[in-house]
Design a protein around this ligand. Structure first.
Ligand code: PLP
Length: 411
């Protein structure tokens, strides 16, 4: 029987992404930075282009044909996202500019009014700053504090330690589904169960999960799920906050302005129902139309196929990188997405990334917006190769060959 992996035609997939055929510094582009932002298939580029050519108008305001078509295209993206995360209703999907806005919305609208001095917000040591700093800002206003749950040296959350910190002072817990630095896939169902048993809401940062794994918010059992469109093969400036209906109903608006009201007078304003009460102002309409097209594209390729292809690439890349003398790999969790952070003895991550770029290879270097994680490992920065289903084993070989060249150059 042919597996999804065997039947996968990567050349055909790559042809869907125009940018992958360009050259950089005279070399074929090897794009290994999809955790930073993913590349976009032609279908997404076309959807945005078509929107501006044929449908452009503001949403939810105009009764003319273009206004109605724009509203319908925009709202149909909400339906697609609702199905994509298996929301119970489309009204649980709030459009945001990305994960950052989604988490800030929860921090200011849901958590801030509930915080008192001495309260806690539980996160993990592997969080992106987007799942740390918003909590710190609301904690600073109220005398609450942000508490990190520890991880192991191989980059796994210590679940018992997380659970042990779920005390009555904790007003929310925030956990990344997949670490952007380590690739670790956290056991969200288990964590959600522990949180639920104690009446503590759980927010999941799904930025790095949604492009790789099937997300089912009902099965996960969390309260809030944030994702960002530009890592999901869609346009920048798009994302969603999914939240349980009862939470959204109880939350006051975060931003005020047009489109989020029912009535306005100087005696008082009443607000639209969720999700619209969280969507003040003119949104990134074309962006969400593009994100809808990205969801269609991902569904067509299939998340099971994507998962199988990426697992194969991850295993191949892990073995290949481990064969490089002097290479230290960060993150060796048993459940892991295709993200490989590493350092080469005696070579600064930025120098490595700069020299790899000369070979046409795009990797990220730096702290990856995860200072506390870098502090845990005692390093200022790492290089990170992050793979998507459009990458190939040949590209992994090119990375390994280029690292060998850099080592020789710097030896
Ligand atoms: N959370 C994680 C795990 C991420 O990797 C990122 C992006 O790098 C973010 C949050 C922030 O996403 P955005 O900047 O799109 O809001």
């Amino acid at each position: 029987m042919t597996s999804a992996r065997d039947a996968f035609d990567v050349a055909r997939i790559r042809a869907d992404f125009p940018i992958l055929s360009r050259r950089v510094h005279g070399k074929p582009l090897v794009y290994l930075d999809s955790a930073n932002t993913s590349q976009k298939p032609q279908a997404v580029i076309d959807a945005v282009d078509r929107f501006y050519r044929e449908t452009n108008a503001n949403v939810a305001r105009a009764v003319h044909a273009l206004g109605e078509a724009a509203t319908s295209a925009y709202e149909s993206a909400r339906d697609k996202l609702a199905r994509f995360v298996n929301a119970t209703t489309r009204d649980e999907v709030v459009f945001t500019s990305g994960t950052t806005q989604a988490i800030n919305t929860v921090a200011y609208s849901y958590v801030l009014p509930r915080l008192s001095p001495g309260d806690e917000i539980l996160v993990t040591r592997m969080e992106h700053h987007a799942n740390i700093v918003p909590w710190q800002l609301v904690a600073a206003r109220t005398g609450a504090k942000v508490v990190p749950a520890p991880i192991t040296p191989s980059g796994e959350l210590i679940v018992e330690e997380f659970v042990a910190r779920l005390n009555p002072r904790v007003k929310i817990a925030g956990v990344t589904h997949v670490s952007n630095v380590l690739g670790t896939i956290n056991p969200i169902r288990e964590l959600a169960k522990a949180c639920r048993a104690r009446g503590i809401p759980l927010l999941v940062d799904g930025s790095q999960a949604a492009p790789h794994l099937r997300v089912d918010v009902q099965a996960l059992g969390c309260d809030f799920y944030a994702l960002t469109g530009h890592k999901l093969f869609g346009p920048t400036g798009t994302g969603i906050l999914w939240a349980r209906r009862e939470h959204l109903a109880a939350m006051p608006p975060f931003f005020g302005g047009g489109e989020m009201i029912r009535t306005v007078s100087f005696d008082g304003t009443t607000f639209a129902d969720a999700p619209h009460k969280f969507e003040a102002g003119t949104p990134n309409i074309a962006g969400f139309v593009g994100l809808g097209a990205a969801i269609d594209y991902v569904n067509e390729v299939g998340l099971d196929t994507i998962g199988a292809v990426e697992r194969d690439l991850l295993a191949y890349a892990t073995e290949a990188l481990k064969s490089v003398p002097g290479l230290r790999l960060f993150g060796e969790a048993k459940e892991k997405a295709a993200v490989l952070s590493f350092l080469i003895d005696g070579v600064h991550a930025h120098d490595l990334a700069t020299l790899l770029d000369q070979e046409g290879i795009a990797v990220r270097s730096g702290h990856h917006c995860a200072h506390p994680l870098m502090q845990f490992f005692g390093v200022p920065a790492t290089a990170r190769a992050s793979l998507a289903f459009y990458n190939t084993r040949d590209e992994v070989d090119a990375l390994v060959a280029a690292i060998a060249k850099v080592r020789k150059l710097l030896a």
